[in-house]
Unconditional design. Structure first.
Length: 296
């Protein structure tokens, strides 16, 4: 089992590495630290031997060595350096080549979004990756938590929620961590026709939450800790703020119904949750690749 880290020698890169180490300990996985550099696009005749690309590669190797030195002795880690016009495409190719379980990136980057500050690379991954993408909030590198404490799964009734639930159940079972199912159904457009009737909304929500809970229990060992809750609010942000969070928690969300098959597309609800959350978020593709299918 492998976890790919999209690494940069930045605070965001350190956050990603720290989260990957936490996941690796929890899942007994290996960490694959990947740096993707742009190729030299200048005319070959104008580039001296041992020039720009070699210098950049040497610097990147130094960054990789520094990153590997930060990985605790109880976690197996490897470094990888590749060149690609697109950091996102190159990272996805490396993750597929390594048959990774997920890609881990740091949220510190461009425009400010709560504890996240998503840069262009993370944003592209959250709208194109065929693998789950875990985003580490700012400051993850300073946490003393060594393993995942609890997995929260945000469930809706849109297409793809079955795969999200299955992924969350498998992750909790592998990690041996409690699973918390959260229904934001009052905010889901599925229930738009019921918005004027609060009792009908809650009754529908309770039925869905109970059904989801029973499905999860049927796939987990007897006695496995799994709970279900419903949160309501005038906005997604308000609803999420009603939940209790602890350091070491992680939330899993599904992709928007707008996503291409076997690709992530961060939906509006998940994007709003990023504004107020300070726990890692894992975004799961809408559906899985079939055996033998290419991830391009």
């Amino acid at each position: 089992m492998k976890l790919v880290v999209g690494y940069l020698a930045t605070p965001g890169g350190a956050d990603a590495l720290a989260l990957a180490v936490r996941f690796a300990r929890t899942l007994d996985a290996e960490v694959e630290i990947c740096i993707v550099l742009p190729p030299d696009t200048r005319l070959p005749g104008l580039v001296p031997k041992g020039g720009y690309e070699d210098v950049l590669a040497d610097q990147a190797k130094g960054w990789l060595n520094e990153a590997l030195a930060k990985v605790p002795d109880d976690v197996v880690a490897h470094g990888h350096l590749s060149f690609d016009e697109s950091f996102t495409d190159g990272l996805i190719r490396e993750a597929v080549r390594l048959e990774a379980l997920a890609i881990v990136v740091g949220g510190s980057g461009g425009g400010l979004v709560g504890s996240y500050s998503l840069g262009s690379v993370v944003n592209e991954l959250l709208h194109s990756s065929p693998l789950p993408v875990a985003v580490a909030p700012r400051g993850t590198r300073d946490s003393k938590v060594e393993r995942v404490r609890e997995v929260t799964c945000a469930i809706g009734q849109r297409k793809g929620s079955d795969l999200l639930l299955d992924t969350a159940v498998r992750a909790s079972r592998a990690a041996g961590t409690p699973l918390r199912l959260v229904s934001l159904v009052a905010l889901d457009p599925t229930f738009g026709s019921l918005r004027s009737d609060d009792d009908a909304v809650r009754e529908h929500a309770l039925a869905h939450a109970q059904e989801t809970l029973e499905t999860a229990k049927s796939e987990l060992p007897e006695g496995f800790p799994v709970t279900s809750t419903i949160v309501n609010g005038p906005t997604v942000e308000a609803a999420v703020n009603k939940l209790e969070w602890h350091d070491g928690d992680v939330i899993m969300v599904g992709s928007s119904r707008l996503s291409a098959p076997r690709r992530i597309f961060l939906g509006s609800t998940a994007a709003k949750m990023l504004r107020v959350l300070d726990v890692p978020m894992v975004v799961v593709p809408r559906d899985e690749l079939k055996d033998g299918e290419e991830r391009q």
